[in-house]
Design a protein around this ligand. Structure first.
Ligand code: GAL
Length: 673
């Protein structure tokens, strides 16, 4: 498999030299070397500069840039430049422009203005990518390919006529016959029956609730349509440069794209992430773990983050000094082998001129962004031994993209149901407890895990319940939560009493849902069985409740109010060598922490080191058995971490530790153990 040169961490950013006179490029090289930059992403938005008409290319400037990079020992992550079709192409093929659900069009003048199913767009991409790959295939600066940019960032789906035709073809492949489609979509409802494929359209603006089966298939189709755009390019690159890795930059928590499926076609995954600088590091950690989990076999990259502040929030808070460094190490701790930024040099014009950068508008000698960039780059240059080491998690959060799409379709018992709520509920306490966590999918091998949390698993496709049951039988602790096991892959209810696919495993039936009308919390009472497992005296419950009838499970907590008083809220059933746990309500943060502790204690899980609150500890494991413990102080005050096993060389200070470590505010240590 094509890969990047081993034994080093990659450091750099998006570089847009076409926005600057070539005299500035020399200065860029000098500052890049000063900052330890070894990789830049170039050409991302360069289509208009590279091509002025079909077959008419202008590679001179890119030739000079590639030569300059090679001369300075900086690798090119060469973009395929297809994200922003130039004005001349739109004039020639206006049908490329996207159509929204209400039938209106979007225009040229910003970026990503293309319909993924447009054949003219795909053909133009193929022409450009072929020309680029042919020209630079042997260039010494070429290290990897960056396909397009943030697919679905602005246009996740198109609703026009060309898309409708492509959607019908996709549906024929999926369902085989109209009869099967009518059955899958439940079109006997509201007179929705189809007699001919040509009657079917994308779920455009409609008077009332759309058909859920149609919406679910359209979500799948739209992800596949963009994936096909990516594959049009990937196939060309593979044919012309089989030894060069290809990737495309993923974003955080993206609903539109089934990234797990996408990742199979890339040589490694990478993440663009811009957490609110005044918020917690949870989004960074969670998305880092997800990005790694899409392709657990290879290291991943942060492809974009910002040194200071973005320009696209209504108030663009800045990262306080030290935070960029801390969060960069937090990503490396979770397996990143590359740390890159948007962008190298802050733009002078255009919509992003007030977006933070590695090199700002002012004097680099006094710029905080450049000084912090330089410090981090020079540190990473000495940490090459970490590259390629892996995370070994014994806990997983089960994640299913189809479930996400289906769960958040409208007309549910509670409109505020969100998949991320369920994921975060478990992710947050696992992060705080410093227990490493992977995301696992229908295709994952679960045997490596001791605990699997499967929140809000509403859609259960064929084979999934069997897989989870086998995990429990083999000794795993499985935690399922409310509104799970409800529908099949077409969003049709699994009959046989909720949650039909899990009833036997859980030993219960959910007779009905009892969603509270407001946010008021009530309390759960802990049963002696729950107390014996270490659950605290009381747990707070809100948002959702269920009338659960125990059919062979242990009851660990019960509701205390209304007609549900005394009925089970939290249960557990032994099955084979493991347990299947079920939570029929929403807890508060303390409740989830208690539940996670109880379950992970049952499985005998321990963090790598004892550490005070808000000190993150994550370990990377090298193939030779060396472990690198990343100790990250998220507090704005110094901390002491003491643990008898905290021994070995601290790599950033090059000191040997003997069981304790002082960390300054936002400080980082990497201990080779
Ligand atoms: C990303 C994008 C970059 C830049 C950045 C600004 O979404 O890929 O090109 O626009 O956001 O935060």
């Amino acid at each position: 498999m094509p890969s990047l040169p081993p034994g080093r961490l990659f450091y750099g950013g998006d570089y847009n030299p076409e926005q600057w006179p070539e005299s500035v490029w020399l200065e860029d090289m000098r500052y890049m070397k000063e900052a330890g930059v070894n990789l830049v992403s170039i050409g991302i938005f360069s289509w208009a500069k590279l091509q002025s008409a079909p077959g008419v290319f202008h590679f001179g400037w890119l030739d000079r840039l590639m030569d300059l990079l090679a001369k300075n020992g900086i690798m090119a992550d060469l973009a395929t430049a297809t994200v922003s079709p130039p004005a001349w192409l739109i004039k020639l093929h206006p049908e490329i422009l996207p159509t929204l659900a209400d039938g209106s069009r979007q225009w040229h003048g910003s970026r990503q203005h293309y319909n993924p199913s447009s054949s003219a767009y795909r053909a133009a991409c193929a022409e450009l990518v072929t020309a680029l790959a042919t020209r630079y295939k042997d260039h010494p600066a070429l290290a990897m390919w960056h396909i397009n940019n943030e697919y679905a960032c602005h246009v996740p789906a198109d609703y026009g006529n060309e898309t409708a035709a492509a959607f019908r073809e996709w549906l024929k492949q999926r369902h085989g016959s109209l009869e099967a489609l009518n059955a899958a979509w439940g079109t006997a409802f509201w007179s929705q029956h189809y007699y001919d494929w040509s009657e079917i359209i994308p779920p455009r603006a409609m008077p009332s609730f759309q058909n859920p089966g149609q919406c679910l298939d359209f979500a799948r189709f739209s992800s596949d349509a963009l994936l096909e755009c990516c594959l049009v390019e990937q196939r060309i690159l593979r044919a012309i440069t089989p030894d060069k890795p290809v990737t495309t930059n993923f974003m955080e928590w993206v609903k539109a794209l089934d990234y797990r499926k996408w990742a199979e076609h890339l040589d490694f995954t990478c993440l663009d992430i811009y957490p609110e600088p005044t918020g917690s590091s949870r989004p960074l950690a969670q998305n880092a773990d997800m990005t790694r989990s899409w392709r657990p076999d290879v290291p991943w990259f942060i492809m974009e983050q910002v040194t200071t502040h973005v320009n696209w929030r209504s108030r663009n808070a800045t990262k306080r000094p030290g935070l960029m460094r801390l969060w960069s190490y937090a990503a490396i701790a979770r397996g990143a082998d590359g740390i890159c930024f948007f962008q190298w040099r802050q733009a002078r014009a255009g919509a992003e001129k007030f977006h933070g950068s590695m090199l700002g508008h002012g004097d680099p000698a006094t710029q905080r962004c450049f000084q912090e960039t330089k410090q981090l780059g020079n540190e990473l240059a000495h940490l090459g031994e970490i590259a390629g080491s892996k995370i070994r998690a014994e806990t997983a959060i089960y994640f299913d993209q189809q479930n996400w799409w289906a769960l958040e379709l409208p007309s549910k018992p509670n409109a505020d149901l969100k998949y991320n709520r369920g994921v975060e509920n478990f992710y947050t306490p696992l992060l705080r407890a410093n227990l490493a966590v992977d995301f696992a999918f229908a295709v994952s091998d679960l045997s490596r895990y001791k605990v699997v949390f499967a929140p809000a698993l509403y859609l259960v496709a064929p084979g999934v319940a069997e897989k989870l049951e086998a995990f429990v039988a083999a000794g795993g602790q499985l935690v399922l939560t409310y509104f799970s096991g409800i529908v099949d892959e077409h969003d049709r209810v699994h009959l046989g009493g909720y949650p039909a696919p899990f009833r036997q495993l859980l030993g219960l039936e959910v007779e009905e849902w009892a969603v509270p009308p407001d946010d008021r919390a009530s309390s759960l009472a802990i049963t002696p069985a729950g107390a014996a497992l270490g659950l605290p005296g009381k747990l707070a419950s809100s948002f959702w409740a269920e009338a659960i009838r125990a059919e062979g499970c242990e009851v660990l907590a019960t509701f205390t109010e209304g007609y549900l008083a005394g009925r089970p809220a939290l249960t557990r059933r032994a099955h084979g060598k493991g347990h299947a746990w079920y939570l029929g309500t929403e807890l508060d943060a303390a409740g989830y922490a208690a539940l996670v502790k109880t379950v992970t204690d049952t499985a005998g899980l321990r963090p790598p080191l004892a550490a005070p609150a808000d000190v993150e500890v994550v370990e990377r494991h090298a193939a030779d058995g060396t472990r690198y413990a990343f100790v990250l102080n998220h507090r704005d005050e110094p901390v002491t971490v003491s643990d008898p096993s905290l021994r070995g060389r601290e790599l950033l200070s090059a000191r040997d530790l003997a069981g304790a470590l002082e960390l300054p505010p936002l400080g980082v240590a990497i201990v080779r153990r």
